[in-house]
Ligand binder design. Structure first.
Ligand SMILES: NC(=O)c1ccc[n+]([C@@H]2O[C@H](COP(=O)([O-])OP(=O)(O)OC[C@H]3O[C@@H](n4cnc5c(N)ncnc54)[C@H](OP(=O)(O)O)[C@@H]3O)[C@@H](O)[C@H]2O)c1
Length: 397
């Protein structure tokens, strides 16, 4: 039942904030935007100046405002805003995955303690309604894994490279110009953004809070022309894939890495800023969700869906947290991996097993071997430093 008139305070009027504003005005949604808090006093705005404030307290301490919609690109400040709002009786909708991944457990406790609601569908995979599905639909299912393309901007870059033979730099610039990329592009191309989303999804898939620092992520920024040529010759593409799944009844594993994706794979044709999520469950089998993962309107639409849910007093119940108390996180799996390197000595810390392919020419050296996720995790900075590129071929069963 709709029980209240929403009086909203916006934080942020960038790509997502403007996208949402546009949707709210075009759809004549029954809510009033009382104030919009932004940072830069000299920036030109597309709507009159009286809508804006530069003081967060104009929203946080305004008793009339009952919903804060947080859409800023500063995770630290977002955390303070969201925490304060929840502790002071305001419901919150946020799109900030970094902030959520780093503070979700605490924010869940705060919601319970203060009886307020925090919704964040837009924080994971843009317009794809994955969080509410994991929360509601897969509640009683035996969920084997949730995996997919979680970052629209790196998928856009990879699409341009593999479909249009674009260069990495040109494709990145285009992604930034179109508003798909985070202000700091390493968050996208380094797999950090996908990892933050993965941690949020892990909480709703399995009721497990995993610190993002514990999760291995490896990006596409060192992809070179040899990797591209080899992948194309094999009729494959490279996609950045985030994976979380059950290793056993009691163990959950997750990571983000480039993957070889072949034509028969469900994600082969998921291109540009689109995201694709595959949920695999014991009885439902595979279900594939595809939708725009970035951009003002698609992300704004996900925020709107949460705003709408707040009108119905919707709250995530986090039922799986109490149900799955015995679950724990592990990196104890072997991944079959393509490894492009300069010197074999640089791979020593990986303790490679079962090397199946080895190629060494003057300017292109690679091998395919099994490597444990634990070793990848501990070697991450060394891999980045030594200009090594990795592509997964999947977890060894
Ligand atoms: N872009 C996407 O496709 C997308 C998709 C999913 C989720 N998200 C998430 O949505 C959030 C916003 O992303 P965006 O792309 O809209 O960012 P953006 O275009 O860079 O806009 C950021 C906005 O935040 C404001 N801001 C920054 N620090 C602030 C502070 N301390 N107080 C008040 N306002 C502040 C900026 O103010 P000024 O206007 O004054 O500079 C700007 O309006 C991020 O958490 C991002 O991860 C984005």
């Amino acid at each position: 039942m709709i029980n209240k008139k929403l009086k909203i305070g916006f934080f942020g009027f960038g790509c997502v904030g403007q996208g949402l504003y546009d949707i709210l005005t075009k759809t004549a949604f029954d809510a009033e935007i009382i104030k919009i808090c932004v940072k830069n006093k000299t920036k030109e705005r597309s709507i009159p100046a009286h809508h804006f404030t530069f003081d967060k307290n104009d929203i946080l301490q305004n008793q009339e405002i009952n919903l804060v919609v947080e859409m800023i690109d500063d995770a630290v400040e977002a955390y303070h805003i969201v925490k304060y709002a929840l502790q002071n009786g305001k419901n919150v909708v946020t799109a900030n995955k970094k902030m959520l991944a780093e503070h979700l457990e605490e924010l869940v406790d705060i919601q319970k303690k203060y009886g307020t609601s925090l919704l964040y569908e837009a924080s994971a995979c843009g317009s794809i309604p994955i969080i509410r599905n994991l929360e509601e639909y897969y509640d009683n299912e035996l969920l084997k894994s949730v995996a997919g393309i979680f970052n629209g901007s790196s998928n856009y870059i990879l699409s341009k490279i593999f479909q249009e033979k674009s260069t990495y730099q040109k494709a990145l610039k285009e992604a930034q110009d179109l508003g798909f990329a985070e202000s700091n592009p390493i968050l996208d191309v380094g797999g950090f953004d996908a990892k933050f989303k993965l941690c949020i999804i892990t909480a709703h898939a399995y009721g497990l809070f995993v610190n993002p620092d514990e999760v291995f992520n490896f990006g596409i920024e060192r992809l070179n022309e040899h990797d591209i040529r080899l992948t194309t010759e094999k009729n494959a593409k490279i996609k950045m894939i985030a994976f979380v799944g059950k290793k056993s009844e009691k163990e959950v594993v997750s990571f983000v890495m480039p993957h070889f994706i072949f034509k028969k794979h469900e994600l082969y044709y998921v291109e540009n800023e689109y995201n694709g999520v595959i949920a695999e469950a014991a009885f439902a089998d595979k279900q594939v969700f595809v939708g725009k993962g970035a951009g003002g309107h698609p992300t704004g639409a996900a925020v709107l869906s949460d705003i709408s849910a707040i009108r119905y007093d919707y709250q995530y119940e986090y039922k799986k947290i109490s149900k799955n108390k015995n679950l724990h996180y592990t990196r104890d799996v072997m991944i079959e991996t393509y490894i492009r390197y300069q010197n074999l000595d640089d791979l020593e810390g990986l303790h490679l097993q079962n090397i199946s392919v080895k190629h060494e020419s003057k300017d292109f050296k690679y091998l395919i071997a099994e490597v444990s996720l634990e070793n990848l995790y501990h070697s991450r900075s060394q891999l980045v430093e030594k200009d090594i590129f990795l592509v997964s071929l999947g977890i060894k069963k």
